[in-house]
Design a protein around this ligand. Structure first.
Ligand code: BF8
Length: 679
């Protein structure tokens, strides 16, 4: 008896469940660092994804916690629903209402994240225009002149009956004031909406979804999804559209434009990607987050002679910067600073033991970084007033644009001083790949435009003649519930194999860089013959890195340029094009998806969508929306099927445009041609 009791009490201690590195990621550097973390007894997101399962009802989108009578949970019965759906919450909210409200709150949050970023940029730009800061300047006056008319700001002035150029400072000030008012102007509509193709703008107008100002649309979602307000999922989706347009054609687009004006518009450049960019004998500073305002200064500080000399006095050979997430993409696009990895690799950069400082601003920053940093010498520095961490090892250096360079130098010096404190063994994976990044609307025009016949001519011509089958935007996050990078890379390889040119942003772009898809040489290896020929002729990669997630606005404008160049319909929904977010996880991705769909793009998400508990609402997003805006949502977890769905849509559009036969002609091989000629 006593023996039995002892047996019961002394259970063998189970070793904690941890991730299988090969199942967690297709990237060898990531696999190596997951193993190292496990050896050191440090858990990472990959391990936590094994031990914590997602909530089944939340996954279905039908858990309502919008009032204290709940949470009310409305899972779909295992066998589905026959006849009337009688499920309801305490107040009577249906599964459709609950799932639509949850979806809408994701749109509101995602829009807020992009747009608050845009607001910060606009505020700094106003300081520049008012000459209140000297650390930032207008680096791209051409871009300022190109956006001014969209705000109704004149670039010339009449003097003695003649039009002459207006002072740049005057234009900057007026643009800054007009831009900033977009967040809260009391009447009218957002200034940038008219940049869309006219039929699209008219569609939005007819549907009553033109955003009035950015903040108002977000506030209205929060109001309408409060207990007992909007209880018609179609009406809720309408506000989702209006809010998401305030993101894509508003806050995010202004963030991109004003960053280009102040920090310079990107142009193609060579860099590298993956954890292997970190250097053992250098001071390594990892910059992580989304707002590139402070990081612009950190780049300048780290490249300054005095800081490099100071690093040498501490025994380092120099200073190596690396990026994570979209701040990383911003400094890659403009300065060639290599990304150290995607969203899921943030903990791993510290686990190398070589990260002397990690500087974070806002969004996509794991709170667990503080716990990982505790195990190493790494200084984890938060810099934004709205994004602090509770752990006591985190240092907060608050950024202020009025003394930005001073703040940046303080941070860089802190990293240098920390170089000699490295304790744990340093293990940096050797993996890294070369990449060409830095594309934008302007550089696509340069590479794929026509000298004599208007913008984007070469691109359109090659789509019409079938060498390029269509255009895909593949964007977005990593998600620890899918195999890191696998979906991005498999989908993109399938697309380019089928002659679809890919525009990429966010972590998808970093993944492409890591896996070698961002070089012109990729064309000869992975592309179908038509796309390979075009890429080899003009010397571009088949996958073009367009920047960070706010830079999805560049994809909207590139699509608009394609429409304008002619021959492919009159609206974005006419184009042989599709969108994809293979490994999405962020609410920002939902806002992006909604503005792509509402701009006419067929948009496929990977992993899963929290809609299964409300099939009627799901059907509205997946089918009905196409009848209104020409674009619709879809979801496909299998990456090959995912790409095939996009290709099928592209082919459907080619057929509607009457250009489906052209492709058949292009893809004939020599034998086919000879046969034809001899007939
Ligand atoms: O804004 S892709 S994981 S880093 S949310 Fe975050 Fe997603 Fe990466 Fe950039 Ni975008």
């Amino acid at each position: 008896m006593a023996e039995e009791k002892i047996k019961k009490v002394v259970k063998p201690v189970k070793s904690p469940k941890v991730a299988d590195p090969a199942a967690a990621s297709i990237d060898e550097a990531t696999q190596q660092m997951i193993l190292r973390a496990q050896d050191l007894g440090i858990d990472t997101v990959f391990d936590r994804a094994v031990t914590m399962k997602p909530c089944n009802i939340g996954m279905q989108g039908t858990c309502c916690k919008n009032c204290a009578m709940g949470p009310c949970r409305l899972p779909l019965p295992k066998d589905g629903i026959e006849g009337e759906d009688t499920r309801k919450g305490l107040c009577g909210a249906t599964a459709n209402t609950i799932a639509a409200r949850n979806f809408a709150r994701m749109v509101a949050s995602g829009t807020s994240a992009h747009s608050d970023h845009g607001r910060s940029v606009a505020e700094v730009f106003l300081s520049v225009a008012r000459k209140e800061t000297h650390d930032y300047k207008i680096k791209d006056p051409g871009k300022l002149l190109s956006i001014a008319p969209h705000f109704g700001v004149a670039t010339t002035v009449e003097v003695d009956g003649e039009q002459v150029d207006r002072e740049l400072d005057e234009i900057a000030l007026e643009v800054a004031e007009k831009a900033l008012s977009e967040w809260g102007k009391p009447e009218g509509e957002l200034a940038y909406l008219k940049r869309a193709p006219q039929p699209l703008y008219e569609k939005w107008k007819k549907m009553g979804v033109l955003p009035r100002n950015i903040d108002r649309e977000v506030v209205e979602i929060m109001h309408r999804t409060h207990m007992g307000v909007d209880q018609d999922y179609k009406n809720i989706v309408k506000q989702c559209t209006r809010t998401s347009l305030a993101d894509g054609w508003g806050g995010a687009m202004m963030a991109t434009d004003l960053q280009d004006v102040m920090f310079g518009s990107p142009s193609p450049l060579q860099s590298e990607a993956n954890l292997g960019i970190m250097k053992k004998d250098h001071v390594n500073i990892i910059i992580h987050g989304h707002e590139p305002i402070l990081s612009e200064m950190v780049v300048a500080a780290a490249q300054s002679r005095d800081m490099i000399d100071y690093a040498k006095t501490k025994g380092a050979k120099g200073i190596q910067l690396g990026g994570i997430c979209c701040t990383g993409n911003e400094i890659l696009q403009r300065h060639g600073v290599p990304p150290a990895g995607t969203f899921l690799q943030q903990e791993l950069a510290i686990i190398t033991g070589a990260c002397d400082a990690m500087v974070v601003d806002v969004q996509c920053v794991f709170q667990n970084l503080a716990n990982v940093a505790k195990c190493f010498h790494t200084k984890l520095i938060t810099t934004h007033p709205i994004a602090k961490m509770e752990q006591d090892n985190v240092i907060h250096i608050e950024f202020d644009e009025h003394h930005a360079m001073e703040d940046a130098k303080r941070i860089v010096k802190m990293a240098i001083d920390n170089f000699e404190n490295r304790g744990a063994e340093v293990i940096i994976p050797r993996h890294k790949s070369v990449q060409i990044a830095g594309f934008g609307v302007e550089s696509i025009r340069y590479h794929l435009g026509g000298t004599f016949r208007g913008d984007y001519y070469t691109l359109n011509d090659n789509i019409i003649n079938g060498r390029i089958r269509g255009i895909a935007g593949v964007v977005g996050c990593n998600n620890a519930r899918t195999q890191h990078n696998n979906e991005h890379i498999t989908i993109i390889k399938e697309l380019i194999k089928n002659d679809v040119i890919v525009l990429t942003t966010g972590c998808s772009a970093i993944a492409c860089g890591m896996h070698g898809l961002l070089t012109p040489e990729t064309a000869g290896v992975f592309c179908g013959p038509g796309l390979a020929e075009v890429c080899e002729t003009v010397g571009i990669p088949p996958v073009l890195h367009l920047g960070s997630c706010v830079d999805n606005s560049r994809i909207l404008l590139a699509a608009t340029e394609v429409v304008k160049a002619g021959g492919l319909g009159k609206d974005i929904c006419d184009l042989p094009a599709a969108g994809s977010a293979p490994e999405w996880m962020s609410e920002k991705a939902i806002a992006i998806g909604q503005y792509f769909v509402s701009s006419g793009v067929y948009t496929v998400f990977g992993y899963h969508m929290p809609l299964d508990g409300a099939p009627v609402f799901k059907d509205y997003l997946y089918n009905e929306m196409e009848n209104i805006y020409g674009g619709k949502w879809d979801c496909e977890a299998d990456p090959v099927k995912h790409a095939q769905k996009m290709i099928a849509h592209i082919d459907k559009k080619r057929k509607e445009l009457g250009i489906d036969r052209a492709r058949e002609r292009v893809l004939m091989d020599m034998a086919d041609r000879q046969k034809l000629e001899s007939n």
